[in-house]
Write a protein that binds this ligand. Structure first.
Ligand SMILES: Nc1ncnc2c1ncn2[C@@H]1O[C@H](COP(=O)(O)OP(=O)(O)OP(=O)(O)O)[C@@H](O)[C@H]1O
Ligand SMILES: [Mg+2]
Ligand SMILES: [Zn+2]
Length: 327
């Protein structure tokens, strides 16, 4: 990893920890004034802490017994403190520092390995995804509407609205079973039917749950890989590839709009195959009908898509046009 990037990220973590700890200290000082009993308990807890260390060093024989007693006293004090907080309408963990990531407590590492939130930071830096944060403010499940989908049957198919309800149901299960299932999602259908929107809704949910998500359109993905390969600084290429392979969810939007070359097909196959072998998931969206997918991509690609992806067909009327007509 680039030294500067590492330095930046670690600095950011340090600032987050400092802030969390400073805020916790402020809460503590306030609570000490409001509930002085808690300050006395904290002092007692501190003393016991010292006694525990001393007892371990001083009397290793009797240590065990003493340690047991001290632990019991400690637990009682903690219970009393929790009770005092609760009865004053604070949560039990009110005095603990509030870290942004509870998994690594804003250190970036868990047991010497990079935390998910660290990976996500790297992803954001490498892919300059800062813009996606803005998109996700608009495109998320709380803004999702079924209004744009007609409730009239669509030829001999169920109404677009019922179809969409089923697709959303699938998507919610995809999120719910994210850690246990390895099935990916394949969104296909005409333009303006909400494929990108729904992919973003799912991305937001998973990001909020601490999963690492990469969003790329197919042309961007291929272009990024091409540029990275040409780059003599090959560590960055390898990291780019590692992240594409290892992130929890890779969204490839607008498949089929990239220019198809031997290079693009090879790279797409490599990512597809590598991730599927690792049991990692995708959301792929395309405007192309399945017959076109089969015509454009070689069998080793489409057979993997058909085998590992839930194929979800979006149909109905173009929401972009509908919106224009309403306005
Ligand atoms: N369920 C929804 N609720 C509210 N707005 C939506 C919904 N689905 C889509 N939209 C809006 O409709 C427009 C078209 O949606 P979107 O871009 O997701 O379509 P698409 O299927 O990805 O089209 P394309 O194939 O051209 O990429 C966008 O402006 C999006 O914000
Ligand atoms: Mg789209
Ligand atoms: Zn973390």
């Amino acid at each position: 990893m680039n030294e500067n990037i590492l330095h930046e990220i670690l600095k950011e973590y340090q600032m987050k920890r400092d802030r969390a700890e400073k805020e916790a200290l402020e809460r503590k000082n306030r609570i000490y004034k409001e509930i002085p009993e808690i300050e006395r308990i904290d002092e007692e807890i501190k003393k016991i802490g010292i006694e525990i260390t001393q007892s371990i060093f001083k009397e290793p024989e009797k240590g065990k017994e003493l340690l047991h007693l001290l632990k019991e006293r400690l637990n009682n004090l903690k219970k009393k403190k929790a009770y005092l907080l609760r009865s004053n309408e604070y949560s039990e963990d009110y005095l603990d520092p509030k870290y942004e990531c509870n998994i690594c407590k804003d250190t970036g590492y868990v047991n010497g390995r990079r935390c998910k939130c660290f990976d996500q930071k790297l992803i954001n830096i490498y892919y300059k995804q800062s813009t996606i944060a803005d998109i996700l403010k608009r495109e998320n499940f709380s803004n999702f509407s079924f209004e744009y989908y007609s409730d009239k049957p669509y030829g001999d198919k169920p109404s677009p609205r019922n179809n969409m309800k089923e697709i959303v149901e699938f998507s919610l299960n995809f999120i719910k079973n994210f850690d246990t299932s390895s099935e990916s999602l394949f969104f296909y259908g005409d333009s303006g039917l909400g494929k990108t929107f729904l992919a973003n809704c799912i991305a937001k949910e998973l990001l909020d749950r601490g999963k690492s998500v990469i969003y790329r359109t197919a042309p961007d993905l291929i272009e990024g890989l091409r540029r990275n390969k040409l780059n003599p600084d090959s560590t960055s290429y390898n990291e780019y590839l590692d992240l594409l392979k290892e992130c929890d969810l890779l969204i490839i939007d607008d498949l089929g709009t990239e220019s198809i070359t031997a290079f693009s097909l090879q790279e797409f196959f490599n990512i597809l195959n590598a991730r599927l072998l690792l049991g990692k998931k995708f959301i792929i969206s395309t405007n192309l009908p399945l017959s076109e997918i089969m015509a454009i991509y070689p069998e080793r690609i489409y057979s993997r898509i058909f085998g590992h992806f839930k194929l979800l067909n979006f149909y109905g009327e173009d929401i972009r046009l509908k919106r224009k007509m309403i306005i």
